[in-house]
Ligand binder design. Sequence first.
Ligand code: C5J
Length: 220
Amino acid sequence: MPTIKALPFDFRFEPASTALIVIDMQRDFIEPGGFGETLGNDVSRVSVIVPDVKRLIEGCRREGLTVIHTMECHRPDLSDLPDAKRNRGNPTLRIGDAGPMGRILIAGEAGTEIVTELAPLPGEIVIEKPGKGAFYATGLSQVLAERGITHLIFAGVTTEVCVQTTMREANDRGFNCLLVEEATASYFPEFKQAALEMIRAQGGIVGWTAHLADFLEGVN
Ligand code: C5J
């Protein structure tokens, strides 16, 4: 059984009952011109993790873990977009507006796609989610149950929003969760750091964190 050097203590899992969940590595969050930038963020702070996320995905594929990708997006008619979400803040473009990569965060638009380097392989699971958490209004729970998944490895953006929301809910649902530090990022580095510390505090109250090198060494 792979044993990963992690905090607050070693993380052990069976590859057959473990899934990697890569959260929202979409052009709208990672590339200039997308939703992340319309909110006033510097996207270079999150695009920098793409090579490490790729290494993590490839390592997990090699070891036979289930690989799941999520995409935050809405229906073209916006019927799954609450006004409270669309009207929040003061972005230059709101969800559903036409931007340089198509309509912002709308299913099927170019900006909503996962960045080319991390594109899902045929057969990998892609969960489209209208919320920040990946369980809300999706089939994720059923997908995990059908495959007998008990342990989850997390990567993606942003650490303190969609990653942490999903990881906290997964923890409540009884999954053992580990977040890989170099494979997650925030537009606010201090928020990433705080999220990592919150997750592993109090004996791993939400779960574990590990460095990518330690994960890849332990998983092989
Ligand atoms: C945000 C996300 N930050 N994927 N979405 O709005 O974290």
